[in-house]
Design a protein around this ligand. Structure first.
Ligand SMILES: Cc1cc2nc3c(=O)[nH]c(=O)nc-3n(C[C@H](O)[C@H](O)[C@H](O)COP(=O)(O)OP(=O)(O)OC[C@H]3O[C@@H](n4cnc5c(N)ncnc54)[C@H](O)[C@@H]3O)c2cc1C
Ligand code: SF4
Length: 435
């Protein structure tokens, strides 16, 4: 009797365990396929910068890369091979490459379809324009540790070659105060350089500020100038922002916020930078502007109010609110749809043209569904005239329309740093899936 029971249990295990394993693999694979299809429909299939290129013939489907990726849900197994299922969310950690036991992953810039422009930089971070240096993600390498290290090393080099001759000219202007610019600013202070750091946003921190609330940020050991070794492998976004604020305050480094550098001209052996507020004359420039670009503004009264934003980080923060989204491209449509899916959120989309002419098919379907459901109203041929604390005024073909409003999201395009670099004569190379 006991023997029979044991035999049943053994046979049961022998059948159930492989079945359970097969079932899990199959359902993961289905989820991955679904994610990939969704990304394709929404046109989110192009990685921003450095990302894994997986050799389908080399991949033996161990799933090691899936477990290693700290961002989760970016890689999946489809048809027995690892693939990027959410390409646009990959931030280039490279943990997947290290984890692959058969070296089937390489890290590359751009794809065969969409090239990525990478500036030429010497080992000292100098571009082909003598005196202009680049650090951080703009140079191609993402990640906080890389940005911090490059910002520090670039300034060490600049300081080592600095010659002060008692004039009024600054030694260095640092453009951008993300991790690369902040690290550079702190190093410049340490080196005793006469330096100014300019940041276009009203707070410093760069991309970190845009992370979702409580995001667990993965970092590798790094040296932050004037702080020392930072060895935490994981840290919440808020802790990291606080750390930067404290170091900047304690050291007394001045970061000038709300100043966007608009042009740079060469003078007599120096540079003249023009921002939206001031002009600076400097011997050297470090560009640490990242790769995200600058959002275009509406330029209307009330736009400086805190309720106006140019990116949507957490749609669930706007549950039950009256929201206006401005724009007619994919970013505007995606934001409007995400907001319209929140409980009780009333979303109006204002677009200056009479039709959406350049959106992806998946977004067209999504927007039609939201309108049908009544969660989204579209006002074509309208423009924002004024933003008030509790309302917005639209100009609809000459007629004024007043809408009750809590938040405004503006997605009317932006300037990519590539155009800025081109205007400075910085040489670039377009990479199509290469290193
Ligand atoms: C959602 C998300 C999650 C991420 N998670 C991680 C993670 O867990 N770990 C990790 O290591 N990395 C992560 N990253 C990547 C990391 O944030 C970036 O690699 C890093 O911030 C790059 O630093 P940077 O200083 O080069 O550029 P940025 O952080 O982009 O900073 C550039 C700054 O320059 C300013 N600027 C631009 N143009 C001008 C101008 N003309 N005048 C004045 N200022 C200007 C911008 O406003 C910005 O503040 C993540 C990125 C994203 C988007
Ligand atoms: S490069 Fe980083 S974010 Fe991208 S898939 Fe690999 S581990 Fe994940």
């Amino acid at each position: 009797m006991v023997e029979t029971l044991i035999a049943i249990v053994v046979v049961g295990f022998a059948v159930l365990v492989p079945y359970y394993y097969w079932y899990r693999v199959r359902s993961h694979s289905k989820q991955a396929e679904h994610k990939l299809k969704q990304a394709e429909e929404l046109g989110l299939i192009e990685p921003v910068s450095l990302h894994p290129l997986i050799d389908p013939n080399g991949c033996i489907s161990t799933g090691a890369c899936l477990s290693a990726c700290p961002e989760k849900g970016i890689l999946g197994i489809v048809n027995g091979r690892a693939v990027l299922v959410s390409p646009s969310k990959c931030i280039g950690h490279g943990a997947c490459q290290t984890a692959c036991p058969v070296n089937a992953i390489s890290l590359v810039f751009g794809t065969a379809r969409r090239g990525v422009d990478i500036p030429h930089i010497s080992e000292n971070f100098e571009t082909n324009v003598p005196g202009i240096y680049i650090a951080g993600e703009l140079g191609g390498m993402g990640l906080i540790r890389n940005a911090v290290t490059q910002g520090r090393e670039a300034v060490e080099y600049i300081a080592g070659n600095n010659s002060s001759n008692g004039d009024d000219i600054l030694d260095l202007v640092i453009v951008g105060a993300g991790p690369a610019g902040l690290s550079a600013a702190l190093q410049a202070k340490l080196e005793g350089l006469r330096a100014v750091t300019l940041e276009q946003e009203d707070e410093f921190g760069g991309a970190i500020i845009t992370y979702p609330r409580q995001k667990l940020v993965m970092t590798q050991p790094m040296i932050i100038p004037e702080y020392g070794h930072f060895n935490k492998p994981e840290v919440f976004k808020e802790e990291l922002v606080e750390l930067w604020k404290n170091v900047v305050k304690n050291v007394g480094v001045k970061i000038v916020c709300s100043e966007k550098v608009e042009s740079i001209n060469r003078g007599n052996g120096h540079f003249v930078l023009q921002s939206n507020k001031n002009s600076y004359t400097t011997k050297k420039i470090l560009l640490a502007v990242g790769r995200r670009g600058t959002p275009r503004k509406l330029n209307v009264e009330g736009e400086k109010s805190a309720k106006v934003a140019y990116k949507l980080i957490e749609p669930d923060q706007y549950v039950g609110a009256d929201v206006l989204v401005v724009g007619g491209g994919d970013s505007a449509i995606e934001a409007a749809c995400m907001l319209s899916e929140q409980d009780g959120t009333k979303v109006t989309l204002s677009y200056r043209k009479d039709i959406f002419s350049r959106i992806k098919e998946g977004n067209r379907v999504r927007v039609d569904e939201a309108v049908k459901k009544g969660s989204l109203t579209i006002i074509f041929e309208s423009q924002v005239k004024k933003i008030e604390p509790e309302s917005v005024i639209l100009d609809c073909k000459g007629e004024e329309m007043i809408l009750k409003n809590d938040y405004v999201f503006v997605f009317i395009g932006g300037e990519l740093p590539t155009a800025f670099l081109n205007s400075l004569g910085i040489r670039m190379e377009t990479k199509y899936g290469q290193r």
